[in-house]
Design a protein around this ligand. Sequence first.
Ligand SMILES: C[S@@+](CC[C@H](N)C(=O)[O-])C[C@H]1O[C@@H](n2cnc3c(N)ncnc32)[C@H](O)[C@@H]1O
Length: 276
Amino acid sequence: MAGGMNEPDWSCVGAAWDEMRNQRMIPARTGYDPEFRAKLAEDHRELAGYNNYEYGRRAVEVLGEILNKDSRVLEIGAGPGTLTIPLAKVVKRILVVESYGMAIASLKKNLKDSGVANVEIREANWLDVGEHEIGGDFDLVVCSHFLWQMKDLEKHLAKMEAASGGYCAVIQPAGRDDMAKEVWTEITGEPYAGQFDPDADYFAYLILRRLGRLVDVQNVNYSMKRDFEQEVRYVASFIGRYAEVDSRVKEQIEQYVSRRGIRQETQSAVVMWWRA
Ligand SMILES: C[S@@+](CC[C@H](N)C(=O)[O-])C[C@H]1O[C@@H](n2cnc3c(N)ncnc32)[C@H](O)[C@@H]1O
């Protein structure tokens, strides 16, 4: 039956994916600071390594059961190396496909600072990389905090699988809903009543299942602490998708962050993997 649990059928989930994705990918409106994007990229670079790359280390612990020191890995959209750097320490070699120059500069700096030398970077749009260019025998093809970049999820999954001779894995963020709802109330004065869906990240699991990928799944927790300015930008980058962050809203965010205080937080991510 088309659309059955084990039968891939993009048409039945495409609309739901588009809706969630459109929300997730709205560019943040953060007009209060013309340098916002560059500063946020630098925050990402610095925070990728928080507590010795704890996010990546936790994910690698989970993926450890399908990896060994001879594994060859393809990572798509590596950003500043949040996963790449701890992963590179337990496998033979990683090929990274990353399209954004600023992310590549951050990745190169973090690789150098970490003394990691077994990562090759290809500056390219993943969607334009031909199968013949990278081959089809990576032991693991992985992307972390990346899925929402892909409009056609089925195509992306098929492309990952074509490059893999072993496993595929995706890692998704989880659990930012309370912050988004609180800040919404703070800046609009209205209680959150479903105006947007900060829980959208969780949908990936159901959609992957619906597309016939019977994933193994494990939740990981990791710690994160931003300084005051980083926390304000983090909140602004999230809430800026739903409301313009001008100087007035930025002040409201600052008040919210001051009231909550700066502390180490526990964040979550979901690691999902399957045999290609
Ligand atoms: C949200 S970041 C995640 C970075 C990192 N993987 C992490 O977990 O922190 C997504 C990354 O994917 C990259 N990216 C987006 N679309 C891409 C594409 N079509 N091809 C290659 N990289 C892409 C972006 O430039 C960005 O660095």
